[in-house]
Ligand binder design. Structure first.
Ligand code: ATR
Length: 288
């Protein structure tokens, strides 16, 4: 493979909307790394075969998006602890010995955006995490690592929230409940990890969860504000933002894993804003 440009791709189905090629090409230009990065639309039944072919032909790594994060977990020869805890892989990297490492950069992408870009303190703060699917599971360990006072997972289906909280109970103060069981007190930070925004819906969280000092973050992003961001602003929260920053930060972590250099994310976020984003509510940040 000598002399060839290192190849990367984002694998999903569908994947045409993905901003990852744009983001990684900006990272490469900024850091002086020479690589190619493309879209790979792969149907579920062909996932293993197509990814293995890509690696056999010299591909060095892939990002994984919907609906393949579980398949990527199974394909990896070895997992990072955070991928294992997330139960999902969003980054595969081919190592020098040819084995494939599975990682998950979603959680660190979220906390990097919250703490560094948005300058929030999470230590000793109360966090409400809305949703109990794969997106929520992917970020819990990273949130607990910041030593919050507590993380409350609230979900439309209460049992899923309780089960998810139980899974992470060893890592810090976490509890799970249904929306109706939430106490009527405002949280310091609320993160929406449901897929509700994708269908233009709003999770039915009680308005009392939002106070004037509450910071609200939607892991979903799209052109304009998401329903959750609009709802939180109308309630007079401190601020509410969609998940563009998480999208770029998780990509930067993948890039660092592959190339050993972490690109600056601020200029890329600025470029994305200039590009005005994808049409409509297409995509959650955790989905590359
Ligand atoms: P993902 O991998 O994106 O997390 P998922 O595992 O299907 O996808 O989980 C979707 C999450 O969004 C769930 O927490 C789901 O709630 P339920 O467990 O009750 O289904 C939540 N969700 C989706 N649409 C929603 C809506 N309109 N209101 C509230 N929660 C919603």
């Amino acid at each position: 493979m000598e002399g060839r440009v290192d190849q990367y791709a984002v694998v999903g189905h569908p994947v045409g909307h993905s901003l990852s090629p744009f983001i990684h090409s900006l990272f490469a230009r900024q850091t002086g790394q020479v690589l190619s990065y493309r879209l790979m639309d792969v149907e579920p039944e062909h996932f293993n075969e197509r990814v293995s072919e890509f690696f056999a032909a010299g591909g060095r790594g892939v990002n994984i998006t919907v609906p393949h994060k579980g398949r990527a977990l199974a394909l990896a020869d070895e997992l990072t602890e955070r991928a294992w805890r997330a139960g999902a892989v969003n980054t595969l990297a081919v190592r020098d010995d040819g084995t494939v490492l599975g990682d998950n950069t979603d959680g660190v992408g979220l906390t990097q955006d919250l703490v560094v870009n948005l300058d929030l303190t999470l230590r000793q703060r109360s966090i409400l995490l809305i949703g109990a699917g794969g997106a929520a599971r992917g970020v819990i360990a990273s949130l607990l690592a910041l030593a919050p006072q507590r993380v409350v997972v609230a979900n439309r289906t209460a049992e899923r929230a309780a089960a998810l909280a139980a899974m992470f109970a060893g890592l810090g103060p976490i509890e799970g409940c249904g929306f109706g069981e939430l106490e009527p007190t405002a949280f310091d930070v609320i993160v929406n990890a449901t897929s509700a925004s994708l269908s233009g819906e709003l999770p039915q969280v009680p308005a009392a969860a939002v106070g004037p000092d509450t910071f609200c973050y939607d892991m979903a992003y799209g052109r304009g504000d998401t329903p959750f961001v609009r709802w939180a602003r109308e309630l007079g929260c401190r601020d509410a933002v969609p998940g563009w920053g998480m999208l770029v930060e998780q990509a930067a972590e993948s890039f660092r894993l592959w190339r050993g250099v972490r690109p600056l994310t601020a200029p890329v976020l600025k470029a994305l804003a200039g590009r005005a984003g994808p049409d409509g509510m297409s995509g959650i940040s955790a989905s590359n």
